[in-house]
Design a protein around this ligand. Structure first.
Ligand SMILES: *Cc1c(COP(=O)(O)O)cnc(C)c1O
Length: 294
């Protein structure tokens, strides 16, 4: 039912040939883990699963929207771990479920739909407050998510000068910051508009006094899950050149940003970059057919 899910498929692609300057640029292909359950969510969930089982809890409750990578990944992780899963979904129950919800349902997840207003507060419905339930934050955000994200770097070389990733809650970025050595820099591209609390959120999850990290807030294309023709055109062009598909919510903005930053000489000469492709391609199904060429 889960189909192909293989850590052996994770590899890096060298895309240095795209750039004229003396730079090495590689992409860590977490998207190759699985066509639907791909990417960083799988890593962020692994220790929550262990923790729930260690505590003897058999039912996971979590939050997300109708196109959430986290919802479908949680459904899959729970199925693999023999845990029940309930997704608290933002908005009224739709007449037609999104492919994301259909997949999560197929993986055994049940849903509770709540209004956008109520969703803002992330209050766990009363029927799920007893001790058998294990709550995971929206997006897998938090300490254990960051711990899982540190293990992303087990799948690549250790000698990069810069690690670049897309940032939603900042949990993955915090995990990467915790994983790198002093002298290595982490660059995060925020996919939200004016998410001013992000620096503090990340700082609260960092264990080392690594200060070699920077968040960039200028590549949101209008805000979370918003896009513009220039972004979609770039994603298609990037695919034509590299055969690497990206998603419009996270990794498209990341690749666009890093390409732009390289062109503007943001990185010192002879830098050796790793761009983390954090997966999430399933969300592209929300775009009109034909928008993307992959
Ligand atoms: C959730 C997600 C991110 C952001 O991860 P955070 O830990 O929330 O910052 C990045 N890329 C993809 C594909 C995601 O699904």
């Amino acid at each position: 039912m889960l189909g192909h899910l293989s850590f052996d498929e994770i590899m890096t692609d060298d895309i240095s040939y795209l750039f004229n300057n003396e730079m090495q640029v590689a992409v860590l292909r977490l998207d190759k883990l699985h066509p639907v359950i791909s990417g960083n969510k799988w890593f962020k969930l692994r220790y929550y699963m262990e923790d729930a089982k260690a505590q003897g809890k058999n039912h996971i409750i979590t939050f997300g929207g109708a196109w959430s990578n986290h919802i479908v990944a949680t459904a899959a992780a729970c199925k693999m771990n023999g845990l029940k899963a309930t997704g608290i979904i933002r908005g009224e129950e739709p007449a037609n479920y999104s492919p994301t919800l259909l997949k999560a349902k197929e993986l055994g997840m049940e849903f509770i739909f709540i209004s956008r207003e109520e969703y803002k507060d992330k209050i766990v419905p009363e029927q799920f407050t007893s001790s058998q339930y294990y709550i995971i934050n929206e997006g897998g955000a938090g300490e254990m998510g960051a711990k899982g994200a540190t293990t992303i770097l087990d799948y690549c070389e250790k000698n990069y000068t810069h690690y670049c990733c897309a940032v939603g809650t900042g949990t993955m970025m915090a995990g990467i910051i915790n994983a790198v050595n002093t002298g290595q820099t982490v660059i995060g591209i925020s996919v939200m508009k004016n998410n001013t609390g992000l620096e503090d959120d990340i700082r609260s999850l960092i264990h080392k006094d690594n200060t070699n990290w920077q968040l960039l807030h200028d590549y949101h294309f209008g805000g979370y899950a918003k896009h513009q023709p220039s972004l979609l055109a770039f994603m298609n062009q990037f695919y034509t050149q590299t055969k690497i598909p990206s998603d419009f919510v996270y990794t498209g903005k990341l690749f666009y940003a890093i390409n732009d930053l390289i062109e503007k000489n943001f990185f010192p000469a002879n830098s050796n970059l790793l761009i983390i492709h954090s997966g999430g391609l399933q969300g592209n199904d929300s775009l009109p057919k034909g928008t993307l060429i992959f």
